[in-house]
Design a protein around this ligand. Structure first.
Ligand code: 6R9
Length: 621
């Protein structure tokens, strides 16, 4: 037993783990500590997570719907897979992967739209001990290439094209571009969706529909060690290139399955709809693994909230009798904009619980969601967690925890958050505000940054030795409730997606007319935060619409559309310290219109620049 956990915590996690199916039980619950960032759980155990998601339900839930698929276009019929059918599909996909040479420990990349094959595919990897890495379809070919180089994926699964609202995204063509000259990718499986014309390279590219035909119907689950990698998921940090967070099998399973049940108070026959894309952690944990571990029915939606009309979400809720809707504040705000008359037309009487995730939810959006969607009878669970934490850590339990708008409230069982002051000490007072850390390990914490354990230690365990540092700031009130205030590092949360300022700056600086740039978060009515870029051009280049357009296009090409700056201000200089460091704090104050709290600028290398930046500030339309 680790001296990090209390006896009660150890008992809690081991009793919980007993509720799952194991090939071999663990010898010891936990080893390692936060100092070396080498915590391991359920040492010596063997299992297969898909046996827990699928096989064990076959006896009682074979004919129950596991997955309901709602296509982008409402005129196309929806479809579903029962547990029996999902099990069969996963087995066949797993056999197909094997026939293409994929073995335990190999990495398989998914760059797809949201169709059942994506969920089937990642489960097929888990079935044979291969590691999945899903790259969101909104990332550019260059971003995809970076992730492929880092993960050394041998096989990619993609679509010919993907539908998102009124757009057709040419995924296969983007894959072709991404893997040009990249030898590590041996095979590309192409699932047909849009029937747009694509190029197929002989010996490398295969039509999924053709090759799946010869796949055997049953694939036994490969037993893997508790700490065998389950997936890699890339996310942005405050510096450098995206980090591939590595999650392992047993610990992830144990916490994700239980947190799903606890937070949402899931009951048999509920219909759970998480609107996230599987390209993000929420789609992994609460569209796929969490619901399936509990034998639930999970809804997968291919489209976007506003296509073909802003009533789409409410239509889906009524059509599939959704009981749980789990979405992001940015989606709520984007629908709020069209007026409450739209959701007011829908009874949505099936709804029992609403969820929020991805960014702080502002009180106005909270009340709108509560009144017009939940009709004042559904609790809202404001769930705080991260790609790194694997599952929800701080959240109300629906119907059990007294709610406070915009508060993530209390930690889940077994979880021990704390707040740190500016001297790096834990704040013992109940009412406090500080940087949010976790004091003790929990099973679903990521184990490392793929290929860079040193960076893992540096990023999460060095700021406060002995603690996991989240990168978020938070407040704690007299009820012990946590309210997450947002990132305290250089990560910007755009529509609930994490974007590193350094990454965007590097992309902007690739433009030949740019010398230097600085990107900060911009308060944004829909996205929560947008991106505001200050750009220093080379001599003789003036601010122009054409330049701004080119800069956005450069970012689009290097990272993808989600990282395009909302506003670009061309400037002659940036406020710098005498050691040459950009004073981002000042830039943030300018962008947030908090000029009076900029403070003393006299120690800057170039104090005169501040006034000029304020004078030239751009505004959202
Ligand atoms: C699950 C997910 C993590 C960051 C996190 C924080 C913000 C997530 C939140 C929230 C306030 C909530 N965040 N949930 N902030 N209230 N309920 O979103 O993972 O994409 O890794 O983002 O999102 O800033 O640190 P990920």
């Amino acid at each position: 037993m680790s001296n990090l956990l209390s006896a009660e915590q150890s008992e809690y996690w081991s009793e919980l783990a007993q509720t799952y199916v194991w090939k071999k039980k663990w010898d010891n619950l936990i080893s390692g500590d936060f100092h070396k960032a080498d915590v391991k759980w359920f040492n010596g155990a063997e299992l297969n997570i898909t046996e827990n998601c699928l096989d064990r339900h076959l006896e009682n839930r074979r004919n129950k719907k596991a997955l309901i698929f709602e296509p982008n276009n409402p005129n196309e019929p929806s479809s579903f897979l029962t547990y029996g059918e999902l099990h069969l599909s996963v087995c066949r996909f797993a056999n197909l992967l094997k026939s293409k040479g994929i073995k335990k420990g190999d990495v398989v990349c998914f760059y797809m739209g949201m169709t059942p094959e994506l969920m089937i595919g990642i489960l097929a990897c888990a079935r044979i001990g291969a590691i999945h890495t899903v790259v969101f379809g909104g990332f550019s070919p260059l971003s995809l290439r970076g992730r492929l180089e880092d993960s050394k994926a041998k096989l990619i699964v993609t679509h010919d094209g993907a539908y998102r609202g009124d757009k057709l995204i040419q995924l296969k063509a983007m894959v072709d571009e991404a893997i040009e000259g990249l030898d590590s990718v041996e095979t590309v499986l192409v699932v047909k969706r849009t029937n747009n014309e694509i190029n197929m390279k002989g010996g490398r590219d295969y039509n999924y529909e053709t090759v799946i035909k010869s796949a055997e119907l049953y694939c036994p689950p490969t037993p893997v060690e508790a700490e065998h990698p389950l997936f890699i998921l890339y996310t942005s940090g405050s510096t450098g290139k995206p980090k591939g967070l590595l999650h392992t099998t047993a610990g992830y399973m144990v916490h994700v399955g239980k947190s799903f049940k606890d937070v949402f108070q899931y009951k048999e026959n509920d219909i759970f709809w998480c609107t996230a894309d599987i390209g993000w952690i929420t789609g992994h944990s609460y569209m796929t693994y969490g619901p399936l571990l509990n034998g639930a029915t999970t809804v997968m939606f291919e489209g976007v909230p506003t296509f073909p009309t802003p009533a789409r979400f409410w239509e889906v809720v009524e059509k599939h009798k959704v009981t749980h809707l789990y979405t992001a504040p940015t989606a709520i705000r984007s629908l709020e904009k069209f007026g409450h008359e739209i959701p007011d037309k829908f009874k949505m009487s099936s709804l029992k619980v609403l969820g929020s995730v991805g960014e702080p939810i502002n009180e106005e959006a909270w009340h709108w969601y509560h009144k017009h969607v939940g009709k004042e009878k559904c609790p809202i669970v404001d769930t705080w967690w991260q790609t790194e934490t694997g599952g929800i850590l701080i959240s109300p339990m629906a119907g059990l925890t007294k709610l406070k708008p915009a508060h993530a409230t209390l930690p889940l069982p077994g979880i021990e958050p704390c707040l740190m002051d500016e001297n790096g000490k834990e704040i013992k007072d109940l009412v406090a505000s500080g940087n949010l850390c976790l004091k003790t390990p929990w099973p679903s914490l990521a184990r490392t940054i793929y290929g860079d354990h040193e960076r893992f230690i540096q990023t999460y365990f060095s700021t406060y030795p002995g603690y996991y540092f989240t990168g978020d700031g938070a407040k704690r009130d007299s009820d012990g409730y946590y309210r997450i205030t947002g990132r305290v590092d250089d990560v910007i949360n755009v529509s609930g997606h994490r974007i590193g300022t350094a990454e965007v700056e590097d992309a902007i600086n690739e433009h030949p007319s740019v010398i230097e740039s600085a990107v900060v978060g911009l308060p944004h009515p829909i996205k929560g935060q947008g991106l505001y870029a200050f750009v220093i051009p080379v001599d003789g280049v003036e601010d122009s619409e054409a330049l701004e357009k080119e800069i956005r296009e450069t970012v689009n090409k290097i990272i993808g559309p989600i990282a395009k700056p909302d506003l670009i201000q061309v400037v002659e200089g940036l406020p710098k310290t005498r050691s040459g460091k950009i004073m981002r704090r000042i830039l943030r104050k300018i962008v947030e219109n908090e000029i009076e709290s900029i403070g003393d600028t006299s120690t800057l290398l170039n104090p005169e620049i501040v006034e000029k930046l304020i004078a030239g500030k751009k505004e959202l339309n």
